[in-house]
Design a protein around this ligand. Structure first.
Ligand SMILES: Cc1cc2nc3c(=O)[nH]c(=O)nc-3n(C[C@H](O)[C@H](O)[C@H](O)COP(=O)(O)OP(=O)(O)OC[C@H]3O[C@@H](n4cnc5c(N)ncnc54)[C@H](O)[C@@H]3O)c2cc1C
Length: 443
């Protein structure tokens, strides 16, 4: 299940004159950040132009993965999964959290050798990641034995149901005093004598000493209007869910060209690894140079498309006045159509890899727009040009699992507390201080 602009509005808190912190975006990142702030006694307002978890945060696969993370992300991902675990007990709603492992399967020795390179990073953090033999894989995946050379497995990795988890956390935020307003676009940041003074929303101004932009795939546009360079591109990814079927594997796994995750409702969430698409527009050219290393390392994984609305994408509105309707009000929820080619590949992949699921009904298919950074790791930082403005965006296809961990990081940053993790890899200035882009381990 996903949310769209057809979903009922749940939160319509009146806009206060002022709060300590305004958060732009009610996805997992914005809601988690607000939750940690509210728990520390900071007054917060979360504004979303659409719905809580309307975009990526209800549409993702639901993997909560430590395995194969960028080394700089891993400590935050470990903190995050532990937070998911405690949240699943605290929230009072069953969000489907369980630690059933993440498994990457390999058909060749070369693939296994590639995976093995990550074991050192895992060992540095006492993670339980290990290599599995082909027999061990067959004991885990109860379908078509003998097709895998082995795999890499982290038994402590988890999964949850995104469409339940993020709304449950929003409810908890509301219960500890945080304000949420859906259907409320933030047009701009109100800057007073060089410092953040609040936000201008479509429903009026709210004063605040800090603002966090957690706008997912919209963040680059929001920052462009403020003259801040944030090279971020969107990639369409298609997902499907099957009808309930017997349990052939209880965790999350990549099996060659398909990926599956067992669902709480007894079905599987299915996706393909090579059907993500970027629709070419002005930003593709604007940010091309920064993205070259990532493009080179993801050849065959991301397809470039022209698609519909090419003129609008080539000539996008990038500046508007505070009293003008902004692009955020024109698209309440990004709800791209799923790719039919991707759905066909899923069916083919299931038939080839998991014959027991070959004929299972696909009950729903959807797509989401992933916000990708050139080095495939997010930005978590304060914007130097605007003291009091913070950015938490660009989680590059793996922000659900790390969401609560990132929320804690952002809350600490906003409150001026000493960071508990090394955040240098996530600084905004890496895109303009001459740093070489080193892509992390992929989408
Ligand atoms: C198909 C797919 C599969 C994925 N699978 C996984 C997975 O298995 N595991 C994993 O860890 N991650 C996964 N991800 C990535 C993960 O979903 C995202 O990284 C994460 O949800 C990002 O959260 P967010 O809060 O930053 O952004 P979003 O969830 O996109 O939320 C941003 C919100 O900001 C709002 N907004 C933007 N601009 C404004 C504005 N000006 N005013 C008001 N509101 C605004 C939007 O309406 C939106 O609701 C996947 C993503 C996709 C699309």
């Amino acid at each position: 299940m996903i949310y769209s602009d057809q979903s009922p509005i749940t939160y319509q808190d009146a806009l206060p004159d002022s709060v300590d912190v305004v958060i732009i975006g009610a996805g997992i990142i914005g809601i988690s950040t607000a939750w940690f702030l509210a728990k520390s006694g900071v007054s917060v307002l979360v504004c979303d132009k659409g719905r809580v978890a309307g975009e990526q945060s209800s549409r993702n696969w639901g993997w909560i993965r430590q395995q194969a993370r960028d080394p700089a992300e891993l400590p935050i991902a470990i903190d995050s999964i532990n937070t998911w675990e405690s949240l699943s007990r605290e929230l009072g709603t069953d969000i489907g959290f369980t630690r059933q492992g993440v498994l990457y399967l390999a058909e060749t020795e070369a693939q296994l050798t590639q995976y093995e390179k990550w074991l050192n990073t895992a060992a540095q953090h006492q993670l339980d990641t290990r290599m599995l033999s082909s027999t061990e894989v067959d004991a885990l995946i109860k379908d078509k034995p003998g097709q895998w050379q082995g795999g890499m497995y982290t038994a402590s990795d988890g999964r949850a149901e995104p469409f339940k988890a993020v709304p449950a956390l929003a409810k908890a935020l509301r219960e500890c005093g945080g304000l949420i307003r859906e259907g409320c676009a933030v047009r701009s940041v109100d800057v007073q004598t060089g410092k953040v003074g609040g936000v201008i929303t479509e429903n009026g101004r709210v004063a605040a000493r800090s603002v966090v932009c957690a706008g997912g795939a919209w963040s680059t546009l929001f920052m462009a209007n403020m003259g801040v360079y944030l090279p971020q591109l969107s990639v369409r990814a298609t997902v499907a869910r099957t009808a309930p079927v017997p349990d052939i594997y209880s965790g999350s796994a990549t099996l060659g060209e398909i990926a599956i995750r067992r669902r709480q409702d007894g079905g599987y969430t299915v996706a393909t690894s090579n059907t993500n698409e970027h629709f070419i527009g002005a930003d593709s050219f604007r940010y091309l140079r920064k993205f070259l290393p990532a493009l080179a390392s993801s050849v065959g994984l991301i397809r470039l498309r022209f698609g519909e609305n090419i003129i609008a994408r080539l000539l996008p509105v990038r500046r508007w006045q505070d009293d003008e309707i902004s692009p955020f009000e024109q698209t309440r929820v990004l709800n791209p159509a799923p790719s039919q080619a991707a759905i066909k590949k899923m069916r083919l992949g299931l038939t080839n890899r998991l014959p027991k699921l070959a004929d299972v009904a696909i009950e729903e298919a959807w797509a989401g727009m992933i916000d990708v950074m050139p080095d495939v790791v997010p930005v978590m930082d304060q914007v130097a040009e605007y003291p009091g403005l913070f950015l938490a965006t660009g989680f590059s296809g793996h922000g659900f699992g790390i969401g609560p961990g990132a929320g804690r990081v952002m809350a600490d940053l906003v409150m001026g507390r000493t960071a508990t993790h090394d955040l240098s890899r996530f600084r905004l200035s890496r895109f303009c201080d001459g740093s070489t882009m080193r892509p992390g381990p992929g989408l």
